[in-house]
Design a protein around this ligand. Structure first.
Ligand code: AMO
Length: 442
């Protein structure tokens, strides 16, 4: 790999990569070659060989070649040549004197993606866009983050599951449901693994996790919504309150962000100009009603008919928390039952409230979590109260008829976490292939 060249001694090397730039001069030709580990300068021509003072042209030992003159940007080439360390070479202090160059696959001459192309053009040509080092880094960050989360789960004895994405019923609100033809009938795409992660608790899997796709037929064209996204889900048994879920949530995020900072912090700083910040524990916790009072006192009345917060309110409460506690995260707790799904447990003292929370990161919601209602009579009553048909839900309600421990969990949008971590404008920048109301290609 190109990054390994600097540590090697001068001598013959073979490198492959994409042509980034060609400088075709009269006596010397330069090619900047890039692979995913870095870039190196290739030279054809003698400028860097010791010139003979008697013969001013003695440095031009290798003839110019049309192979290089005609190289198009983006072509994939393999080069054999002499590695030379040279402090004057700005790009990494090494260069390779070309001895043999093979154009493995040429690129068409006009690269459809330029530095200033808009996001839609870049997404049309996502494979070219992903060649940019910043984009490559996004997915290394994702890998490091998820690996650290998995390590926490595995260390705690959690089991990884894969739940079906084809379902017979809705798993969250019916409004955002994709319906698909399914032989003679119809099926729905899973909006969340909610029911099946709870099934694992009834099955005696004390702790589970899943990282998988979730689908939402969401018409909104915001920077934080996609119709398909990656959901990080976990569920654990024998909890006493949502506090146990929040503690796991904190532990996972701290582990993930620590790994990203340790492994990739320097590169992130170089390419994105930002420092990765690992949050301190515990994260601040504010009951939703109190959060609304705080933003109201600071001049913003949440313009919603229901009891919920709106995105602007979330931004403002996050700004308040940042100022007061210097923290990027805040758990908003005790959501009103009217705006929460039927499976959230209600507060024993105040049944108007749920044992649930949202986690806000830098002003945007990244998660919903809750203790679940595990008592079948209560669960059934709550489903009916929300206008749901218990017959349609019978497969799920059955999980609670044969003994189930108290449990809870959360769902967290991976793409939102990455967007906020890397301070990107849109979820589109950090999703391998974005899916939205107007995008099914590539
Ligand atoms: P919720 O519906 O809040 O909760 O979703 C959990 C998290 O998933 C992410 N998310 C999205 N990301 C991108 N595009 C979307 N359209 C989108 N919709 C949701 C968000 C959100 O916070 N079953 C519960 C979770 C639980 O209680 O365990 C659920 O799905 O980051």
């Amino acid at each position: 790999m190109i990054k390994d060249l600097a540590a090697r001694e001068d001598g013959t090397v073979r490198v492959s990569g994409w042509v980034e730039k060609v400088r075709d001069q009269r006596y010397v030709q330069f090619v900047v070659l890039r692979d995913e580990s870095g870039a190196v300068q290739l030279v054809n021509g003698g400028v860097l060989r010791e010139p003979d003072p008697e013969n001013p042209r003695s440095d031009v030992l290798v003839p110019r070649t049309t192979t290089i003159s005609e190289l198009t940007q983006g072509s994939f080439v393999t080069v054999t040549g002499e590695l030379q360390h040279n402090e004057r070479v700005k790009l990494g202090g090494v260069e390779v004197q070309i001895e043999e160059i093979e154009v493995v696959t040429a690129s068409l001459p006009d690269n459809p993606v330029a530095g200033d192309s808009n996001i839609d053009v870049r997404l049309d040509w996502r494979f070219l866009d992903l060649r940019r080092p910043e984009q490559n880094l996004v997915f290394r960050v994702q890998t490091a983050f998820l690996h650290a989360l998995r390590q926490v789960w595995v260390d705690r004895g959690f089991i990884e599951i894969q739940t079906p994405k084809l379902m017979a019923s809705a798993s969250e609100s019916r409004a955002e449901l994709f319906e698909v033809e399914y032989f003679e009938g119809k099926a729905f795409l899973a909006q969340s693994p909610q029911f099946f992660k709870q099934m694992a608790q009834a099955a005696g899997f004390g702790g589970i996790f899943e990282v998988g796709p979730a689908f939402r037929a969401d018409h909104s064209f915001t920077s934080r919504h996609a119709t398909e996204f990656t959901s990080i889900d976990t569920e654990l048994s024998w909890i006493d309150s949502p506090e146990d879920v929040m503690e796991l949530h904190e532990e996972l995020l701290v582990a993930g962000l620590t790994a990203v900072k340790e492994q990739l912090g320097a590169e992130i700083e170089k390419l994105f100009g930002i420092e990765v910040e690992v949050p301190s524990r515990p994260f601040p916790r504010i009951p939703l009603a109190e959060a609304k009072e705080i933003v109201k006192a600071e001049g913003y009345e949440v313009p919603r008919a229901d009891a919920d917060m709106d995105p602007e309110g979330e931004r403002r409460i996050a700004a308040h928390v940042k100022k007061k506690f210097g923290h990027d995260f805040v758990f908003l707790t005790d959501y009103d039952a009217s705006i929460r799904p039927f499976y959230h447990m209600r507060n024993a003292e105040n049944p108007q409230l749920t044992q649930s929370y949202d986690l806000i990161y830098r002003g945007t919601e990244i998660s919903t979590g809750a203790q679940r209602e595990h008592r079948i009579e209560v669960l059934e009553a709550q489903a009916v109260e929300k206008g749901m048909d218990p017959k349609e839900l019978s497969f799920y309600l059955d999980f609670f008829r044969y003994g189930v421990p108290p449990h809870g969990g959360f769902g967290m949008g991976l793409n939102r976490v990455l967007m906020l971590l890397l301070k990107q404008q849109s979820i589109r920048e950090v999703t391998y292939l974005f899916r939205g109301p107007n995008r099914l290609l590539p």
